[in-house]
Design a protein around this ligand. Structure first.
Ligand SMILES: Nc1ncnc2c1ncn2[C@@H]1O[C@H](COP(=O)(O)OP(=O)(O)OP(=O)(O)O)[C@@H](O)[C@H]1O
Ligand SMILES: [Mg+2]
Ligand SMILES: [Zn+2]
Length: 367
């Protein structure tokens, strides 16, 4: 695999971008009607498709097929086959400039932009300026940008991408059509990883794939990079052990099995499992954090079963089912257990023997 997975599988069309339906619907409708705004703002969490969408919009603005074929234009997608679409995908279109506001805080970049914008496009209809990490612009650079935004030449389109929109001056925001990206659900990230492993012939069991997805904490890119690291040893079979080692976490099965011993008051089994987990080299602090999170969800499901709905975006349906079963075992006594584990957690971070505070907490709460 020569090309990094996240670049190879970057969505090329609106329809492949997952989890941002609202934004996509609006942009696609506008594309069908051939209406472009002069400035866009794409704001949202990292690795959710802001740069990807910026490139799709740049293709919409300049795709040759869209310009010559009215029927095709009504699809509201770029063709991804003409010279211009290809150049944009490969990142060397003369008329699409990607500016990284984070480098040197954008001072030289905005100066170049002001020079560049005076010259009309070389071979396309529009000149597109994609300003990544736009919140990093210095005050001066932002002011210079604002002046340009106030009187842009008709061929110019600006796309600002940012993870921190609240840091962008209101004067700039108000000139852009704004779109806010959402966190994708775990299920959606799993779906994307599944389509990649099929195309790459990677063998991995569903639980291990799910652990990759949940470790990425809502970033498609992080999930894809993890998968990339796991296959970069040339081996196309990935085991749960490899994933656990890479992300430094235990998988769902082990975690829920352990929680099960606590909920059924089985101190003996809990202590042996814990020592096995330590011997296997897992980070106990991380494990305890995940355990607290697990027990908290079980508690919530016990006292407010309707919150199952809210867990659907962060957990797999099959895992929620296991937790719902565990909720039946939860009693008031387990409130103390959670408190004691939280205490142990804060002690173990500074302890030379992190397992001991946790063991004491378990014995004390379950004996
Ligand atoms: N919504 C999505 N649907 C499918 N794949 C996605 C999506 N968002 C991101 N990806 C995958 O993650 C990679 C990185 O996405 P992208 O560069 O667009 O993220 P970003 O939002 O710009 O992140 P950052 O804030 O870190 O710049 C893409 O190449 C693609 O493989
Ligand atoms: Mg980006
Ligand atoms: Zn095209």
């Amino acid at each position: 695999m020569s090309l990094a997975i996240y670049r190879k599988y970057r969505p090329a069309s609106f329809e492949d971008l997952l989890g941002q339906e609202l934004t996509i619907n609006i942009l696609k409708e506008a594309a069908k009607q051939n209406k472009m705004a002069h400035a866009y703002l794409f704001a949202g969490p990292r690795g959710t498709g802001k740069t990807t969408l910026s490139r799709i919009v740049a293709k919409i603005a300049n795709c040759e097929k869209r310009q010559n074929d009215k029927k095709f234009r009504e699809k509201g997608e770029p063709c991804n086959a003409c010279r211009i679409c290809k150049e944009i995908d490969e990142g060397h279109s003369m008329d699409v400039m990607e500016i990284d506001a984070a480098s040197n805080r954008g001072i030289d970049e905005i100066r170049n932009l002001k020079e560049n914008i005076r010259v009309s496009p070389a071979s396309s209809k529009h000149k597109v300026f994609i300003i990544d990490e736009a919140h990093q612009l210095t005050k001066d650079a932002a002011n210079a940008l604002l002046k340009t935004l106030e009187e842009p030449p008709s061929y110019a389109i600006f796309i600002l991408a940012t993870t921190e929109p609240e840091k962008i001056p209101a004067t700039i925001l108000s000139r852009a059509q704004q779109f806010y990206f959402k966190y994708p659900s775990l299920e959606m990230i799993v779906r994307k990883l599944n389509s990649i492993i099929q195309k790459e012939n990677i063998a991995i069991d569903p639980d291990a794939l799910e652990l990759i997805a949940s470790s990425a904490e809502g970033s498609f890119r992080d999930a894809e990079s993890l998968l990339d690291q796991l296959v970069s040893f040339g081996d196309k079979t990935i085991t749960m052990g490899e994933v656990e080692g890479m992300v430094g976490k235990v998988g769902f099965d082990k975690l829920s099995q352990f929680a099960g011993t606590l909920l059924s008051q089985n101190v003996k089994e809990a202590l042996s499992m814990l020592s096995e987990i330590e011997d296997a080299g897992y980070n106990l602090t991380q494990f305890t954090k995940d355990l607290i999170q697990y027990l908290r969800r079980v508690m919530v499901l016990k006292y407010n079963p309707e919150m199952e709905e809210m867990f659907k975006s962060e957990l797999m349906a099959s895992h929620i089912k296991v937790m719902v079963d565990h909720a039946k075992l939860f009693t008031d006594q387990h409130l103390n257990l959670i408190k004691n584990i939280i205490n142990a957690y804060s002690q173990m971070r500074y302890s030379q023997f992190p397992i001991i505070p946790l063991e004491v907490a378990l014995v004390e709460s379950l004996k």
